[in-house]
Design a protein around this ligand. Structure first.
Ligand code: G3P
Ligand code: MG
Length: 244
């Protein structure tokens, strides 16, 4: 593990472009992110769609549950105007489109937001195989049971445990997971330097979310954390590169 802290663009570059759109992922890549984070759901017709919420209400001009809408219906929505009218042509991307867009050297953190299903598992594995993305991907979720089932089905998949709680020893949640864990994704507010050092000593990467302030970036970079999930990858890049 190197000492360089990875810059992970949250929902692309959610502070600068409409979250989880191709424009947002393009912005993150252009601004020098080392990785992008995105959220996934399954459409009614079994396609993996990139969106944070289970409904399209907040981030598009439509309404309804992604799970009840087809790709054709989802693709008819405007996913950019809510952020800024100049993004009116943005659509909800399919995971496949993001895999095709993001260069191979940029890691993709796929956060599973929907419930686990065989349909999801099969489509995810199919896409990762088609785009040869097994190595450059880490699949995370707050749903650790879903992650365990994915890992069982695809043992080479890199798994990241997301959590929003404080633990006496963060590294122990990986120990109790039952199969190999690649990374911990803690809420940064409950993460101390000792937790980072302990988890990294145990061979885990530590990718805290969602960190947008300079003071917090400075502290995490000084602690040599593995990566930082941020809405502002460009700003973090400037701060990190000055610290190197
Ligand atoms: O994956 C880190 C972060 O995205 C988790 O929270 O709600 O922004 O998906 P949320
Ligand atoms: Mg997320």
């Amino acid at each position: 593990m190197g000492k360089r802290t990875l810059i992970i663009g949250h929902r692309g570059a959610a502070g600068e472009a409409p979250e989880n759109t191709l424009a947002s992922f393009r912005t993150a890549v252009t601004q020098g992110a080392d990785a992008v984070e995105l959220d996934i759901h399954l459409s009614a017709d079994g396609e993996i769609v990139v969106c944070h919420d289970p409904t399209v209400d907040r981030t598009t001009d439509g309404a309804g549950s992604i799970a009840l809408l087809t790709v054709a219906e989802l693709k008819g929505l405007d996913a950019g105007s809510w952020f800024d009218p100049r993004y009116a042509s943005e659509k909800l991307p399919l995971l496949e489109e993001v895999l095709a867009l993001v260069p191979a050297g940029i890691m993709i953190n796929i956060e599973v937001k929907c419930r686990y299903s065989i349909r999801l598992e099969k489509r995810l594995r199919q896409l990762l195989a088609t785009y040869r993305r097994q190595d450059g991907v880490v699949v995370s979720s707050f749903d650790h049971k879903a992650l365990a089932r994915l890992k069982q089905a695809a043992p080479s998949l890199r798994i990241g445990l997301l959590y929003a709680a404080d633990f006496r020893r963060h590294s122990l949640i990986a120990t109790s997971f039952g199969s190999e864990v690649y990374s911990l994704h803690p809420d940064h507010r409950w993460l101390g330097d000792e937790d980072i050092a302990d988890a990294m000593r145990a061979g885990l990467r530590v990718y805290p979310y969602t960190v947008n302030g300079k003071a917090e970036w400075d502290a995490l970079i000084a602690a040599e954390v593995s990566g930082i999930i941020t809405d502002y990858p460009g700003r973090l890049r400037a701060v990190r590169d000055r610290a190197l």
